[in-house]
Unconditional design. Sequence first.
Length: 596
Amino acid sequence: MTDVIQLLPDSVANQIAAGEVIQRPASVIKELVENAVDAGAHTINVVVVDAGRTSIQVIDDGCGMSETDARLAFERHATSKIRKADDLFSLHTMGFRGEALPSIAAVSQVELRTRRQEDEVGTCLMLSGSHVESQEPCSCAVGCSFTVSNLFFNVPARRKFLKTNATELNNILTAFERIVLVYPDISFTLHSNGQELMNLRPGSLRQRITDVYGRRYGQDLLPVNVETAMCKITGFVAKPETARKKGSAESFFVNGRYMKHPYFHKAVLQAYDRLIPAGAHVPYFIYFEVSPADIDVNIHPTKTEIKFENEQAIWQILMAAVKDAIGQFCEIPQIDFDTVGRPDIPVYNPTLSPSHQAPSPQYNTSYNPFSQSSPRPKQRVDNSWEQLYEGLKPAAHQEELFEDHSDKMDKSPTHYQYKGRYIMTAVKSGLMVIDQYRADVRIRYEQYLSQIQTRTANIQQVLFPEVVQFAPSEVVMMDKLLPRLSAMGFDMTPLGQGSYAINGIPAGIEGLDYVQLLRNMVDDAIHNGTDTGDELNSILALSMARHAAIPQGQVLSNDEMENLVNELFACSNVNYTPDGKAILGILPQHDIDKLF
């Protein structure tokens, strides 16, 4: 019997490793940009075409590589970051495994141009599917220039399961943001299909956050700063009034590395207990500095999950630090400039006696309210007011009809409202209960969807245009949504740098916070990850309907309930909301009879 166990070829092993390390174009950018940071680059430029499907280029001005290092860098487990196993517990670099470059080369076509400062010429290396096609001297700038083309060209199944370009570009922006927020002293640029999405100059951390997420974030940030023997925690948290149901930027970084940590996330939310609504989130950017020996970053291929040795103690420190930041914000005295018409209260002076402190009242000592020089004559009340209404009294038969109709309206209303949430009405089979909010969502959803498709929305111009600011990742989606928002009734003008002026809004939403509504609609479109026209229309219509629908707890008149029920039963689907939630239910008559 022949032996069946054998060593896999390096090309196959690299493709297997690529399945864990390189999941999508954003993974390529993450690995290459992190390598550029480790190389000491001061400027890093990223250029993508077709959201990374066609090509990804990362250019840096780091230390570069020699001819030998350039070739060896694409070998599996070849790294300059560690030398022995103990080095895993004293890491100060982003990468250390030596799997990124061979994994990228295994599933794409790679061109590397690199040169060190002391070298006169650089090295150009061409690879395709882990195979070296050429290596020759070339003229290039100091640093490295990686061009990754035709990602997953030799793994059709992986390429097939890539999402739409809009979704993949959003993933690229997310990965890019997680790196640029750690290194505000490095210059970054990001271009997509010839369009500049980000151009970040070196500056402070607050300025970098503002450049990435917009001015509204920079104005609402509260500094966090605490240092203990166990760890140092710095960064920013947002004011409680910025809380949102979703779409908030929430980031943890440990020793310059982005991480996901649900346990620490609960510590931040615990600090906002009873300051924000249940289920809401606030933006935060928190940076931990911990001894590398007290954490383990080598537990996940993407290095986003990190294990802490003193996790519970750091949880307590984090919650206390966030509470302290919020407390200092709340204790800041505010200067009130609105003092017109208020009494002038003198400042207390302890050197003066109490008699000098109190004001001296002035009054007329001869005034007596009970003395009357002459009694006032009583005015005679004219009782002839009934003459004013002569001729307006209805005839006897009209009065009887009116009273009869009023009695019927009072005794038999068509619908009943329960706790300001449900509408109950009798049907043949029993008692029908309708959720008024969900019913209105269904009604408005179909109305807004029809307006988008037919472009028949009515626009209400605003007196003073509002300016809404979007982050670069949101601007990518806004370019696709703008024609659809216009069809819904939003009159918006792009101002550049992610800013839009809102000149008009759809008629009927004047009482809503339409700036927040727009942000939520963009967030919904981004998180649903779709690029097709019909799905985008549906997402926008549903998001708009949710915000404009009748809120739970609003008391309705019988006519309002009647109109709501009639409009609901004119919809294409009366049983479920567009996202699949039940609108109505029927309590059968025989179940009602069993109660008695």
